[in-house]
Design a protein around this ligand. Structure first.
Ligand code: ADP
Ligand code: GLC
Length: 513
């Protein structure tokens, strides 16, 4: 006879430095908003923790002080402001230390340089998150999982261990980008009161510096990254940025789980930001969106002109340098080609794109800056997304473009390889194609890929089919969120097994599956 056994729900504290719409510089914010919401939708209890930036305190719903932490690395009486996220109504704990979080950019100064107090800002944030997870401040809600994201939260697993010892909640660390390593002078660890024995220091040092990213990868119980292909890539020198050996050594604890998207927010059929709404069944509204976009951006209003778009950070990672160098050649190949860019990043690249816009009036629009609503309008009005990447852990922009019937051109790296099916002859016949790939990270390869995409674009039936297949791809969180829940269950089962023997282990896994 089997005995029913009740398993406590998953209680997940989700720690991140940016959560949309409270704070955002890139895809991290989107994932840290939509994944917790999906987990909550599947029955998990989720709380968020983020620094109390000025804008976050303004936008958060019903903020009120729920606790104070006596001492967070020397900061006394630190207020925890609890609120609800604006769209998803999840509980969020904002760490209120005005001198660290209330002024300036999230990571950078106005001139684009990194803030020089980031080690302290995010070290203190990590310590505050660990104290909340450890029940300091009197909370009666005790997480059984602490899910950390990127280097800004990399110290949390170690700090939690120091606070709780073996009774600590299980920790998951997700690497969204291995290039951002949270590197700071080695001496900085003293101010962060990190333990100094050799065993611990081996998990903190990288190239003679202190690395928050390495700490996350080293001290967490489980590692994940945001696509299966990137999980393989980061075990190699080309993508591991010096941490490939550690990642390989911890390979048994590493899982690649593909990002999902908020498919209600990114939905052309119910989107109030657009000039018209449309769906895979009826694409006619996309024509209005294209026309409205051409008008808004000062482009020639030609419905047949292929409109190529770029939305993203202007950096080497996104191949923005190669794009700047070959854009004039791409445009020169046919007189009706158009290009619209929305982005910001390296100053030299911003200037380079501005000059191209000046040289191609009516054909090129360059918007330097950050605008969420315009990103929606560009995804809706464009025909082709040009998304070259040197590496791409997952990439959300191509998923948004596909959902809006805009066909992505990508390099098959990381999550781009996992989410875009190349329009080979066979894939076109099979009806599985959703985009165009180019292999080499070169201008020539990018130019040929654009030629190929435009050749397809000029065959309306083939193009409609590509659009419908791309729009039909299910990129919602459901499947991936279940993978995270299964991972949390395995970790909890492991803890229970260690404490109470194998039976509990096996039961918990089965019951939560
Ligand atoms: P990454 O996180 O590497 O920058 P992703 O594709 O995962 O790349 O996510 C980028 C996110 O940032 C998307 O939501 C994209 O729409 C948004 N984004 C990037 N640049 C801009 C911008 N200039 N204006 C509006 N949204 C932007
Ligand atoms: C990073 C990666 C991007 C990924 C995003 C969210 O910023 O560069 O590929 O989609 O994180 O996981």
């Amino acid at each position: 006879m089997t005995r029913a056994r009740s398993v406590a729900p998953q209680r997940i504290l989700f720690a991140a430095s940016e959560i949309f719409p409270l704070a955002k510089t890139g895809g991290l914010a989107d994932v840290c908003a939509s994944l917790p919401a999906a987990l909550a939708g599947l029955g998990a209890e989720v709380q968020l923790v983020m620094p109390g930036y000025e804008q976050a305190l303004d936008l958060a719903d019903r903020p009120h002080v729920t606790a104070t932490l006596d001492n967070v690395l020397g900061f006394e009486n630190v207020r925890i402001i609890t609120a609800r996220t604006p769209d998803t109504a999840l509980p969020i704990n904002l760490i209120d230390i005005p001198e660290l979080y209330r002024n300036g950019g999230i990571y950078q100064n106005a001139d684009g340089s990194d803030r020089d107090d980031n080690a302290v800002r995010f070290g203190v944030f990590g310590q505050a998150a660990a104290q909340i997870a450890a029940g300091r401040g009197g909370s009666t809600w005790h997480p059984n999982i602490v899910h950390c994201n990127d280097w800004q939260t990399g110290l949390v697993p170690l700090m939690l261990r120091e606070l709780c010892g073996p009774e600590m909640p299980a920790t998951v660390f997700t690497a969204h980008n291995m290039m951002f390593q949270g590197l700071f002078p080695w001496e900085g660890r003293t101010a962060l009161r990190l333990p100094t024995n050799d065993g611990i220091e081996a998990g903190l040092g990288l190239h003679g510096q202190l690395s928050f990213l390495k700490a996350g990868l080293y001290f967490s119980d489980s590692l994940t990254t945001v696509s299966p292909t990137y999980a393989r890539e980061i075990q190699t020198p080309d993508y591991g940025y010096g941490l490939e050996g550690l990642v390989r050594a911890r390979g048994g604890h590493l899982t690649g789980i593909l990002n999902g998207i908020d498919s209600v927010f990114w939905d052309p059929s119910g989107n109030t930001r657009l000039a018209a709404r449309y769906s895979a069944q009826d694409l006619s509204g996309k024509r209005y969106c294209k026309n409205a976009l051409q008008r808004e951006l000062g482009l020639v209003e030609d419905e047949n002109a292929p409109l190529i778009i770029f939305v993203g950070r202007l950096t080497w990672q996104k191949m923005a340098d190669i794009l700047r160098d070959c854009l004039p050649a791409i445009l020169a190949r046919e007189p009706d080609r158009q290009f619209a860019l929305l982005g910001q990043g390296e100053r030299g690249l911003e200037d380079g794109f501005r000059s191209i816009a000046a040289a191609f009036p009516g054909r090129v629009s360059v918007q330097i800056g950050y605008c969420e609503d315009r990103a929606h309008r560009i995804h809706a009005g464009g025909d082709i997304l040009l998304h070259g990447s040197q590496f791409e852990p997952c990439g959300l922009t191509q998923l948004y473009a596909m959902r809006f019937g805009t066909i992505p051109i990508v390099r098959p790296v990381g999550g781009l390889a996992d989410t875009v099916v190349h329009a080979s002859e066979q894939a076109l016949v099979d009806g599985t194609a959703t985009g165009v790939w180019f292999e080499e990270p070169s201008a020539e390869a990018m130019i040929s890929a654009v030629d190929h995409a435009i050749w397809l674009y000029r065959q309306p039936l083939t193009w409609r089919r590509l659009q419908r297949v791309a729009m039909g791809v299910d990129s919602s969180w459901d499947r991936s969120a279940r993978q995270y829940l299964a991972l949390y269950s395995r970790l909890r089962a492991h803890r229970l097994g260690a404490a109470a023997g194998q039976d509990a282990d096996i039961d918990a896994v089965r019951e939560s599956a």
